[in-house]
Design a protein around this ligand. Sequence first.
Ligand code: SF4
Ligand code: SF4
Length: 358
Amino acid sequence: MKPTKTLSVMLTHQCTASCKNCGTFSHPLNMENLPFSVASHYVNNIDTSDFKVVVFTGGEATLRLDDLVSLLNISNSRGLITRLVTNAHWANDKDSTVKMISKLSKAGLQELNLSTGDEHLKYVPLINVVNAIKYSLECLSVSVMVEVTKENKATKASLINSLISNGLSNNELNMVGFIESPWMPVNFRDNIIYDKNNTISFNQAEISDGCSSILNTYTLNADGRITACCGIGQKTIRELTIDTCSETNLPTLSTIISEAESDLIKQAVSVMGPFQLLKLGSDLKSSQEWSERIAHKCQACSLLYHNKNIQSNLIKKLPDIKSKIINSIVIDATIKKQISGYIYSEKLTKINGRENNA
Ligand code: SF4
Ligand code: SF4
């Protein structure tokens, strides 16, 4: 079976919050906006045999509410699954929350993904997240991403306690997906202190898995860049930008995909993951920079793409990388051959046809 893809749409990089280390550099004064005509062009022309999900993220997509509603309607009419990532700034009380949820779900929204944690809580109180969960459960699938650092006060447990004290039953709580995700610095040189249990050591890197976002999620950024993932590193890693779009320049998604998939390092990030690649490219000195100090895959990815020493070591190991990818694809292909070998044989051809983009 062909893996399905996700289109991530950042209508705006404006946000009601100014979280330190926001991966998209969003804040109230950031006026980067993706024109509606560009966003609707891509949603209208999406190949639904390839793409199954559209995610509206940002920035705070609800600041472009009319455009968001129109795009949800289009996505819905095309049979796509729709998800909104939001900080819940609009969920101040029952009335405003019910009004927003009803507008979004009538337009076809299916999944609500709420972001919270110590940084978010400086701008959006926890009661908003509680309201958003409480009044969405009837019509939407809800998940919450909680930022995690060593010092974080807001945790999954504290959020669950608040939800219980605000009247949510165990049955309702069981319907919410909670994800604790390490909060990472956007500048790979900055340090954030994590609990040791959350960091990856040099030895653990070997068993760390691939990045599920790269080559599966393509992002239309509010500044017009089209990137090959929706990760935190996609704004600072130049190599992840495949092309740009505007009202007068609308490269097709199939061209973007083809360009991204022809890059051996992106294939390696997808199959082996950035931690395994970091290990492969690190000598003792470079491994001390990251072993047991970083937690997030995108941190590893950022280091991988920015550290010249690691890059030059990786270039020497391209034959190893190539065979690891081919082996992994062959194993996958063997298992999935009875279903369909299409995408795997296509990938092999491309990898054999081009060495790297370093
Ligand atoms: S709420 Fe999200 S998009 Fe807004 S500043 Fe914080 S991290 Fe960035
Ligand atoms: S690990 Fe790299 S490729 Fe994957 S989502 Fe993060 S920045 Fe993107």
